[in-house]
Design a protein around this ligand. Structure first.
Ligand code: ZN
Ligand code: ZN
Length: 541
């Protein structure tokens, strides 16, 4: 039913298939969900182990999510950007999981279904939103290069005979025509009453439940975020007052709190590494983080599974930053890479603006988040409770929430790169920058909820992001674009973070002075990438 999904998690048996998104296939999906739910429900939950109970709930939720998507959300009618074949084809060329000629043969067979795919898309679309229509046109046209440049490069390296290469090129032309035809069709669509991109409260609340599987409702998390934002502003203003004489002695501090904080952030942001040492700076911090965690006894880090730091591969180039690249669940023996972007060749101004954003302080927080003890550490623990279900249906709120929680936890324990392994207290500068970083996920939640359920205007959104979360205009514009084509995803960071933090405080209270942070972390992570609400039940058992 989901060949593209299978390929993306490393299961390549159906690489030559392309699902046709028509009414018949939706009927098949619904029948599949009904049949699987029936067999799933024949298990008695109380008979299952903790690990299997979580898998049970994850499968049950996934089946409900699919049904809800088809029957209620119906994005296949109003979101044309859901139709785009190029990403899957690009992966077949870029990822070397099989011999190139095998991948190219699958590529060829799969292309055969592209025209039918876009015909089905046109039949589905009813009154699409303007935003998703524009995105669909842009992304589909952007993907054409996969069937021109990328494919041509692969054919040059291929050992297939000329006759087969000719057939592939012919079919690529038909494929490109189908993609461009879809984009043209969208451009000329008579769409006098486009649907609003705002999901609306009812659908939003349900999507929040199905996507995040949080113990809190969307309304609760929104209320937490609003309170948290105000608390962060207070703390940031306290630090700003304290640091003002050190950095801005000659200037009068503005009375407006938010303005004063912004000036202080700008003053601290000039401390940053240089383009040429961006990668080595990140690399250097990894062993320092490990040493600090060991010294403070925060969590066991398995030394037999080192993180491989590498320059990001070419097909990811241009993004900079850093990201974890983990092997899919069907590809266990692969290495886990920490891809670090290079700023080589960037214009001076662009590099400077980027380095101020990822300044001396934020870069440390980024490393905590992405690598240790954030995503990478969580992943190592998740792999110890092997469950293909948890790998494939892993809960994003838990995964992102852990990384965001790890940032705060490290600072609470005194982490500060300038003070070394024996540091007991992070500097005020470090805290101020951390709060700014934390405001981002907090305001993402406020933004997402307000836009989709409270009709927040673009002006109000820009005020929130620029004046209250201290973001640059370009970043805020990008965020507005993102919130107008996605729903709920922007909440996963703050939701998971809040749940994990609150759970830790509850356990701490219950256990009293016998509480061990290390034990809490290790136990929490031992259940894999499950929703926090289930981990909470299992931890209390
Ligand atoms: Zn500079
Ligand atoms: Zn993350």
């Amino acid at each position: 039913l989901y060949p593209a999904w299978a390929s993306s998690v490393g299961y390549h048996k159906y690489d030559n298939k392309l699902g046709i998104p028509d009414a018949k296939s939706r009927d098949r999906e619904l029948a599949f969900c009904k049949a699987q739910a029936d067999s799933l429900h024949s298990f008695k939950i109380s008979d299952l182990s903790d690990a299997n109970k979580t898998d049970y709930f994850l499968i049950d939720n996934q089946l409900k999510y699919i049904e809800w998507g088809i029957n209620e959300q119906r994005a296949f009618e109003w979101d044309p950007s859901g139709y785009n074949v190029s990403g899957g084809f690009a992966d077949m060329l870029a990822n070397e999981y099989d011999k190139l000629d095998t991948r190219l043969t699958n590529f060829y067979e799969k292309m055969g279904a592209v025209p039918a795919y876009y015909e089905a898309a046109k039949n589905n679309i009813v009154n699409p939103t303007k935003e998703h229509t524009e995105l669909a046109i842009e992304q589909n046209l952007g993907g054409v290069s996969v069937f021109e440049k990328d494919l041509e490069e692969a054919l040059t390296k291929s050992g297939l005979d000329d006759a087969m290469k000719g057939k592939i090129r012919e079919r690529a032309k038909t494929t490109i025509a189908a993609i461009k035809g879809f984009a043209d069709w969208l451009k000329n669509l008579n769409n006098a009453y486009p649907r609003s991109f705002r999901l609306g409260k009812g659908l939003y609340q349900r999507k929040f439940e199905l996507e995040l599987q949080s113990g809190y409702s969307a309304d609760q998390v929104y209320a937490f975020a609003v309170t948290h934002k105000l608390e962060l502003h207070e703390k940031m203003f306290e630090i700003t007052k304290k640091l003002w004489p050190k950095y801005l002695k000659s200037k009068t501090m503005p009375e407006d709190k938010l303005q004063a904080i912004r000036i202080m952030i700008d003053a601290l942001s000039v401390k940053h590494t240089q383009p040429g040492s961006f990668q080595s700076e990140i690399e250097k911090q990894i062993p320092e983080l490990i040493a600090f965690i060991k010294k403070k006894d925060l969590i066991y880090i398995d030394p037999s599974k080192p993180l491989v730091v590498r320059k990001e591969p070419d097909y990811m180039a241009g993004v900079a930053g850093a990201s974890i690249n983990a092997p899919g669940p069907y590809d266990k023996n692969g290495n886990t890479y920490y891809n670090v972007g290079s700023l080589a060749g960037w214009e001076k101004e662009k590099a400077e603006s980027y380095l101020r954003e990822y300044n001396h302080y934020i870069l440390q927080i980024l490393n905590i988040h992405e690598a240790i003890p954030g995503h990478y550490t969580q992943l190592v623990y998740a792999n110890q409770s092997p469950s293909i279900i948890k790998s494939i249906l892993g809960n994003n709120a838990m995964i992102e929430g852990w990384a965001v929680y790890a940032e705060r936890m490290m600072l609470e324990n005194g982490y500060d790169g300038d003070k070394g392994v024996n540091s007991t207290e992070a500097s005020p500068e470090m805290w101020l920058m951390y709060y700014k970083w934390n405001l981002r996920s907090t305001c993402n939640t406020i933004l997402d909820y307000s836009v989709h359920t409270k009709d927040m205007s673009k002006d109000a959104a820009m005020h929130l992001l620029m004046d209250e979360a201290f973001q640059q205009k370009a970043e805020a514009e990008g965020k507005w674009r993102r919130v107008s084509v996605t729903q709920v995803q922007l909440c996963c960071y703050f939701t998971g973070y809040t749940e994990i933090y609150n759970l830790r405080e509850e356990v701490k209270k219950k256990v009293g002075n016998k509480f061990s942070l290390k034990k809490f972390h290790e136990k929490f992570l031992s259940f894999g990438s499950a929703p926090v609400k289930y981990i909470k039940v299992m931890m209390n058992n």
